[in-house]
Ligand binder design. Structure first.
Ligand SMILES: O=C(O)CCC(=O)C(=O)O
Length: 297
């Protein structure tokens, strides 16, 4: 009980200081320092001026923490050659997540990521770089399927913030047409998220009735519906939740991205542990360049 109260107070202090996560003040200053270093390296390479689309995406992410771009022929064409490979991973029962009855998730190997990389090399990568004002590394890439489930909401199915470094971005590339019926994600954009965090939202498992009513108020959140090939750009510290499909299923190709000092968009294949230290990208990049891009040592 005391532990939960202290945890909530600690989170609220971070939010009051203007951070969108509660990873620790020293650590947040480290993330900011690291991001600045990446931005300086990017500026020194004199990147091309942003296109209108990149500028729109950057402004939307900064203002709302979330932007859903409709499908473009370029992204749909980049998905076509990898579709069978991704479907095979999603159809494979070995990739079902044991603690959920209706969730499949598969992290791409470095070799598979190389096949998927052209998706990021479309305007998507330019929009991300412009949003971060830096180049980026791909911390992880995975395919993800949700199907109708009898599970009560828990984990990602409760309103939550991922508590990632503020400079990181998540991307969902829609592999199926996605509506509320097949489990479109729901997101509170920055104004609502920051209001809820400032008023005390801290722990997905312990939410007071007033904040719960505002979390559940459909006038306050966005339902991320879009056709196949849509791209959701998303700061995962914005409060969001997954929804079990009522029928059919929803498939996503997900990328977790972080600023990077080099321009080669390395694939770190490091779910979770990657986020612990702001210097980890530089270390991992040096390591990757020693061992080669297939990850074999
Ligand atoms: O599946 C979804 O719609 C959301 C998943 C989620 O909560 C996350 O990626 O952080």
């Amino acid at each position: 009980m005391l532990k939960a109260l202290l945890h909530g107070a600690q989170r609220r202090l971070h939010y009051a200081l203007g951070f969108d996560n509660s990873a620790g003040i020293i650590r947040n200053l480290g993330y900011a320092r690291y991001h600045r270093r990446c931005q300086e390296a990017y500026a020194s390479r004199h990147p091309a001026a942003p296109t209108e689309r990149s500028r729109d995406v950057a402004l939307a992410i900064q203002g709302a923490g979330f932007h859903l771009a409709p499908p473009t022929p370029e992204v749909v064409a980049a998905l076509e050659p990898i579709r069978a490979m991704l479907d095979a991973r999603l159809d494979d029962p070995a990739n079902r997540v044991p603690k959920f009855d209706a969730l499949t998730r598969y992290y791409l190997s470095p070799t598979e990521f190389d096949l998927v990389r052209p998706v990021l090399d479309t305007w998507i990568g330019a929009a991300v770089a412009h949003s971060l004002r830096s180049d980026f590394a791909v911390a992880s890439a995975y395919v993800y399927r949700t199907e109708p489930s009898g599970d009560a909401p828990r984990s990602s199915w409760l309103w939550h913030s991922d508590e990632h470094p503020d400079c990181c971005l998540k991307l969902f590339v829609y592999l199926t047409d996605t509506t509320i019926e097949n489990g479109a994600m729901q997101v509170h954009t920055w104004p609502s998220t920051r209001d809820l965090k400032r008023r005390g939202f801290a722990d997905r498992r312990s939410v007071g009735p007033t904040i719960q009513a505002d979390l559940d108020d459909p006038r306050r959140y966005v339902v991320a519906e879009g056709a196949r090939g849509s791209v959701a750009f998303f700061c995962a510290n914005a409060i969001h939740r997954a929804i079990w499909p009522k029928r059919s299923h929803r498939d996503l190709l997900t990328f977790e991205l972080a600023p990077c000092p080099s321009a080669d968009r390395p694939y770190l294949a490091k779910p979770n542990s990657y986020w612990d230290r702001p210097d980890a990208p530089a270390t991992a990049i040096a390591h990757l360049s020693q061992i080669g891009t297939d990850g074999a040592s």
